[in-house]
Design a protein around this ligand. Structure first.
Ligand code: UD1
Length: 378
């Protein structure tokens, strides 16, 4: 509830799974400031219970003010649908600032609508670049940064990228990583999870596999050999594989039945606390996700990224993450070496300390606050 005179009205957007862990600590940090009104819009880009609802419960995210219920579609259809459904909300109740996070279709869609209505946009996780324009997320990142007023950056590479692109430095802030705020806050709670017992694996005796990037899963001539290589790894070290809906569909279409091969423990996408517990107890993480690479650094679990590039180079620089690409022979060799190697130790990058959301809340208040906050500054 807003206490005292209203000094800042913030609208946040979350649409897809990786957004939920980012908005959770932002809502909390903003709500802790008297006079700040915080509302959350869920675009409904992800809508399955285990891709969305359980995250709200585990992360104690307040109920969204509105859910746009856009669902799936082509990139154009999904982005356009978010824009169409989001626009009337801004007319109904105009915020002082719109906060968007990450790089999903909902991020660019809402940013674009707000900017054209003269509402400033703050982009959390700005400046990351894979330099691979075949990735839909890279397009979303470039476009969102280009139109945002404030750019909130997780790592040095982001600062350098934005400087190279000529962004006015007074709009760019190195804040740390809000996803790590969530990890640090949730780690203790996740220790109570019985996920490993439920899945029948023992701590440090399994690897975790996640795979959903279109470049890895959409083309059966790539997905098949990649999963063949991972089957060789699974024979030596059990691989727990929570299967993303996109990947499940593609495996089905390609007639791939991993369950029949042995070595894999397949499950539905896991809720946040279970997935965190699983990563925390794993020997190695094999992934094409962005967030897992970051979480690995703080957990101290070696990570192999099954992509040719990463927009998060600090994870490689600190020595936790290795880019192994998706060539099957290379993945097989690197993964087998990793499961035989000793465990790592945590190596959190600069400012990944659990306080990023507080820093961001202060920046927003300083820049967009009205009334009391503005007076106290003068
Ligand atoms: C999206 C994001 C990606 C992020 C990923 C995390 C974009 C461009 N991509 O990719 O950056 O890393 O989320 O999960 O925004 N589906 C379901 N249930 C759901 C959600 C999706 O069955 O709750 C199915 C859809 O029908 C679709 C497929 O999964 O066929 C892909 O969903 P989509 O939102 O298009 O993109 P993701 O691949 O999940």
């Amino acid at each position: 509830m807003t206490v005292g005179p209203k000094i800042l009205d913030v609208l946040l957007v979350a649409g897809a799974r990786p957004n939920f862990m980012k908005v959770a600590p932002l809502c909390r940090a903003l709500d802790a400031i008297p006079g700040v009104r915080t509302r959350l819009v869920h675009t409904g880009q992800h809508y399955d219970r285990n891709m969305s609802d359980t995250f709200f419960a585990d992360l104690e995210i307040p109920d969204p003010w509105r859910n746009l219920g856009v669902g799936s579609g082509s990139h154009a259809a999904q982005t356009a649908e978010v824009m169409l459904r989001f626009e009337p909300l801004l007319d109904e109740d105009r915020p002082d600032v719109l906060v968007v996070v990450g790089d999903v279709n909902s991020t660019i869609a809402c940013a674009m609508v707000a900017v054209k209505k003269g509402i400033p946009v703050a982009h959390v996780e700005a400046g990351l670049r894979s330099f691979d324009r075949t990735m839909p997320e890279e397009i979303n990142r470039l476009l969102t940064d280009a139109i945002s007023d404030v750019l909130l950056v997780t790592e040095r590479s982001g600062m350098e990228n934005l400087a190279r692109e000529g962004v006015d430095p007074s709009r760019v802030f190195m804040t740390g990583n809000v996803m790590i705020d969530t990890l640090i806050r949730s780690r203790e709670k996740a220790r109570a999870s019985d996920v490993t017992a439920r899945l029948g694996v023992a701590p440090r005796e399994f690897g975790v596999l996640t795979l959903h990037r279109p470049s890895n899963v959409d083309d059966p001539s790539k997905l098949g050999p990649l999963l063949d290589a991972l089957t060789d790894v699974a024979r030596e070290c059990t691989l727990v594989f929570p299967v993303h809906p996109r990947t499940r569909q593609k495996m089905k279409d390609a007639g791939i039945d991993l369950a029949a091969r042995g070595g894999f423990v397949l499950c539905e996408p896991l809720r946040y606390l279970d997935f965190l517990a699983l990563m925390d107890r794993a020997r190695v993480l094999l992934t094409d996700s962005g967030g897992v690479q970051e979480e690995a650094c703080v957990l101290g679990v070696p990570c192999l990224t099954l992509r040719e590039n990463t927009e998060r180079p600090v994870t490689v620089e600190v020595g936790i993450n290795r880019l192994v690409g998706s060539d099957p022979a290379r993945v097989r060799a690197a993964a087998l070496a990793a499961v035989r190697a000793p465990l790592s130790t945590p190596r959190p990058p600069e400012l990944w300390d659990g306080r990023a959301s507080e820093r961001i809340a202060r920046i927003l208040l300083d820049r967009y606050g009205r009334g009391r906050a503005a007076e106290s500054r003068s």
